[in-house]
Write a protein that binds this ligand. Structure first.
Ligand code: M6R
Length: 613
């Protein structure tokens, strides 16, 4: 028997519209959460039709297209990303037992015990999933007999682990949603309701959402919504309006979401700055954040995963250099298990685009337990990290759909920079003149990125030249070592080309052995305090017949003549260099992947939001 853990997307609909069309569209927008199998259940006057397909949502769409059986205006759908348990039709959701149909995101930890008991009671299981115990459990309670809602409540209290579920039954026009430790929101439309793992799924139909909390249950009946806890006690949650729109979650003429999101960066950064900077007064503040007395903070921690972790590495450089407070960085999956030494004199900054990354959430909870002040930097309103941390600052990047993170990264750096100015001011380290000067530097960034984007064709040509290379080495120093890490990660993720990143000074301690005429070395090095050192590294590569691609703001230096290719980025201050240098690296990875014809927005084996360990 296989254990299954899943990161996936769930969606449900009740209203007057054609449920199958609405759900398939919504599911496509949730595909970034998983795309190895998909399924749908449509209710129609006491009948439920279920279809499940291995592969992408498009396969499911073709399966049910023009099939009259799938007409109805209530239904559930699911797209799956398996980490254990093979992607297959029988493991795809929805899962059904008798009259009960369920879609689920999360892990039921005690499913083996439950399955054993249910089997002994005569229930027959058809999949290898943990999820299938949920409809069986509900159905077994309904046979007692127990009303549908009570049977669900009873079943949910017996589940250990995490879940966001959508549940319907064959007989009644009722949909139920419930959550514990997995994301789930309710979209409130015009005479219609949605449940979804994430807002972009239904942004084309509504921008009004209820963000469910752990232990919440939502019952949709006769197009009315009631909210209650698992003990059936009524609860009230506000309906919040998000500024995201459906158009923002569409490709808008671009071939891929990733390239659209790269080109959106000037706007995303401008939006992230709006309302936070008062240049004349030399002040930075956040409407959503009231920091406690930070004069007692002796240590800052920055913790995240993947690209967000790279933003933290940049954060360490700029915070330590300017605030002179030690900053410790950790990968969330490491932090959570190493009993970090922290307490009430620590500030723990968690950076996450989705706000739903399981390891980062666990790190936040660990920090809270130890008494640290927790602050999340998130892109998604209502996400777990945004709700649970003591403080939150939002990046205003708009929905990021491409699995490879781009605009989230540059807006994260922008927020960390603003936070630095805000804290510098609060601690009395930065006066308003300093802050005014530093504000004026970040204000120039959107225009400078636009300049890089206007010259994107030069990077495209570079990508054409190097697209057949099998390995790449990326190097940089200081704030641009994380940029090199990010450039290598982008290339790996979407083009499947092996790429490694090193701090340039580390090259001589090992990686230099790799260098020959077949290894392109991407050097990220604007003119700053370590530029000459990196130039020496370039010489070392050239002496060994390595091929150097240089990303720099040095328009004049003779190094440009020596290297195989050089791309110029505009100048800025040291703290902000990565926001500019990363953009041509994002483009480089994108164009190579596009030439190679990979699935840029949904690269193999990856999911946008990793909501399990
Ligand atoms: O949503 P988060 O920022 O917490 O996600 C963290 C990582 O999973 C994410 O950055 C991942 O590395 C991206 N695929 C990078 O492009």
């Amino acid at each position: 028997m296989e254990e299954e853990e899943i990161v996936c997307g769930i969606v449900g609909y009740m209203g007057p519209g054609e449920a199958s069309r609405i759900l398939i569209e919504a599911l496509k927008r949730l595909e970034y959460r998983g795309y190895d199998s998909a399924g749908i259940a449509i209710w129609n006057e006491g009948k439920v039709e279920v279809a499940r397909k291995k592969g992408k949502v498009e396969e499911l769409r073709k399966e049910i297209a023009d099939n009259e059986k799938f007409q109805g205006n209530l239904g559930l759908a699911h797209t799956r990303w398996a980490t254990h348990g093979v992607p297959s039709e029988r493991n795809a959701h929805p899962h059904r037992a008798d009259d009960v149909i369920v879609v689920h995101n999360g892990i039921i930890e005690n499913y083996l015990e439950l399955k054993d008991e249910l089997r002994k009671a005569g229930q027959e299981f058809l999949s290898d999933t943990d999820t299938e115990v949920i409809p069986h459990l509900i159905s077994s309670f309904m046979r007692k007999p127990m009303a549908f809602i009570d049977a669900i409540r009873q079943a949910l209290t017996e589940l250990q682990g995490s879940f966001a579920v959508g549940i319907i039954n064959k007989k009644d026009r009722i949909m139920v949603a419930a959550k514990k430790e997995s994301p789930l929101i309710i979209g409130v439309g015009d005479g219609e309701y949605f449940i979804a793992s994430d807002a972009p799924a239904v942004l084309d139909r509504t921008n009004r959402f209820i963000f469910l909390e752990d232990g919440d249950m939502a019952v949709f009946k006769d197009n009315q919504l009631s909210l209650m806890d698992f003990q059936r006690k009524e609860i009230v949650r506000p309906v919040q309006t998000v500024s995201w729109t459906g158009v923002m979650a569409e490709k808008g003429g671009y071939k891929h979401f990733m390239v659209k999101e790269i080109f959106e960066q000037p706007r995303a950064i401008s939006d992230t700055l709006i309302g936070r900077i008062r240049e004349e007064q030399g002040e930075v503040g956040f409407e959503e954040l009231e920091l406690p007395d930070i004069s007692k903070i002796r240590k800052i921690w920055m913790v995240a995963c993947g690209t967000s972790y790279h933003a933290c590495l940049i954060g360490k450089h700029i915070f330590e250099a300017n605030l002179r407070i030690p900053v410790e960085i950790d990968i969330a999956s490491e932090f959570r298990y190493r009993d970090p030494i922290m307490g009430a004199d620590s500030m723990l900054i968690l950076v996450s685009q989705s706000g739903e990354t399981a390891d980062t959430i666990a790190a936040m909870r660990e920090g809270k337990k130890k008494g640290a002040y927790t602050l999340s930097v998130c892109n998604v309103l209502g996400s777990t990290l945004a709700r649970e941390a003591d403080g939150v600052v939002f990046t205003h990047a708009g929905p990021e759909i491409g699995v490879a993170s781009t605009k989230a990264f540059t807006t994260q750096i922008s927020v960390l920079y603003l936070l630095l100015l805000h804290m510098g001011q609060k601690l009395g380290i930065m006066d308003s003149d300093t802050v005014r000067d530093l504000i004026s530097e970040i204000k120039k960034i959107p225009r400078k990125i636009q300049k890089i984007l206007d010259d994107a064709h030069a990077v495209e040509e570079l990508a054409r030249k190097y697209m057949t290379c099998k390995d790449f080495l990326f190097i940089g120093r200081g704030v641009n070592f994380p940029t090199a890490l990010e450039g290598a990660l982008k290339l790996k993720e979407i083009s499947y080309i092996h790429a490694e990143a090193y701090a340039a000074g580390e090259m001589k301690h090992g990686p230099i052995a790799l260098i020959d005429e077949n290894l392109p070395v991407v050097v990220v090095s604007p003119v700053d305090q370590t530029y000459q050192k990196t130039c020496s590294n370039i010489e070392e590569v050239l002496t060994r017949r390595g091929r150097v691609i240089l990303f720099t703001d040095d328009a004049s230096h003779d190094m440009r003549q020596k290297v195989e290719n050089a791309i110029t980025v505009p100048e800025t201050i040291y703290e902000l260099e990565p926001i500019l240098t990363v953009v041509p690296l994002q483009l480089f990875a994108y164009y190579i992947a596009n030439f190679l014809g990979t699935d840029v927005d949904q690269p193999r084996n990856l999911a946008k939001s990793v909501t399990v360990e």
